[in-house]
Design a protein around this ligand. Sequence first.
Ligand code: ACO
Length: 427
Amino acid sequence: MQETAKLIIDGKEYLLPVIEGTEGDKAIDIRSLRQNTGYITFDPGFGNTGTCRSAITYMDGEKGILRYRGIPIEQLAEHSTFVETAFLLITGQLPTREELTRTSVHLNDFSPLHENMKAFYQNYPPKAHPMGILSAMVNAMRSYYPELTDIEEEMNKTYLRLISKIRTMAAMAYRISLGERVVYPRPDLCYCSNFLNMMFDKVVVPYKIDPDLVRALNVFWILHADHEQNCSTTAVRVVGSGKVNIYATISAGISALWGPLHGGANQAVVNMLEEIQKNGMTIEDCIAKAKDRENPFKLMGFGHRVYKTYDPRAKIMKKMCDIVLSKIKRNDPLLNIAQKLEEVALNDSFFVEKHLYPNVDFYSGIMMRALGIPTNMFTVMFAIGRLPGWIAQWKEDVTDPETKIARPRQVYTGNFQRDYIPMKQRG
Ligand code: ACO
């Protein structure tokens, strides 16, 4: 029998159907609510609102579970590569050997940028944030690659074009910002090695590819590849629901990711740790500041809308961070501050009671510093990683018969009707 929820308004009963997901999540289907009752629901930040059915990512914030297409994040981080995980997210299955080879060939074919796109960078002021540049360039791809169809095989190429070019664009933005020569992608290198080479290769000192650092980058991008209906993914679904082209949609996702409460948190964590170091602030002062409700300061890299226990990605990232730091034999003082901060916060009743644990960003910034990635590129790194998730979610959305243009309601709190006052009477 179909489970229902009973709603009583002014003594009148309404039965609302209950939907159940494969892992037992339950949702009250309120699609007929306004039509039948005249009421809407109120849920700022959508914390209690399901906007779609999705078969891509499962997370349980109370238990600290994250799975892509059913596969635990821990297994993917240990055995998979970023490209294989991207294939899994977008198609729903792990690739066969032949499919993976074909994917790599396409990624190589699509990796160079249209030469005219290089002019884009030259016209930005030198201190322009790379997220703004990336978002604009991805949007501009619609003009350079206008051939978009509904044919699945062609769209699969569009997805790979995006995944391949975003990496070239990011590395190129970095090189040009330094006034250095652009390094082009090499077909003999895998996705992650290619990126590191494009970022750091020098004529005098050629970049030496280290398999441990390449592995670390693979894991970093796997951990960021999808996270169900977060802020930027919701932006992608909302913008995509208006049937805008995929490049503009992904560009909106990049913009949404930029904020310090979302993808910008990794940069904010390092900025915060640097401030603590520079100002000689004690860990106790910092914790007290974060707890002070009058003070807008928050402990960056702590807390999560969904995880109310340790973020499973943070555990993996912490381990990777240790491996990278020991590999490059660097003792990062910021890591020491981060470790002390974590220890004190995890034992402080404020953080314990509010279930504020370190999230993935807490350690990812330190690991990226160790890889040599400059701070203002951190969020770009996140965007490259999140791209397969955005594509998978967009694809699911546009092919879902239940999808409608996103158009929430509001509770109006403004003036009652009033008359226009001509200027001469306003004084
Ligand atoms: N430091 C101090 N206090 C915090 C923190 C923090 N990092 N995070 C939440 N709180 C407090 C809030 O002030 C609030 O206190 P109150 O109950 O007294 O009002 C309580 O904990 C609940 O927090 P909310 O803001 O309601 O939680 P929400 O789910 O809306 O926000 C968010 C989650 C945005 C991630 C928040 O924890 C935060 O700002 N963290 C720091 C930024 C960060 O690390 N962002 C990365 C998120 S993960 C990602 O996008 C990859």
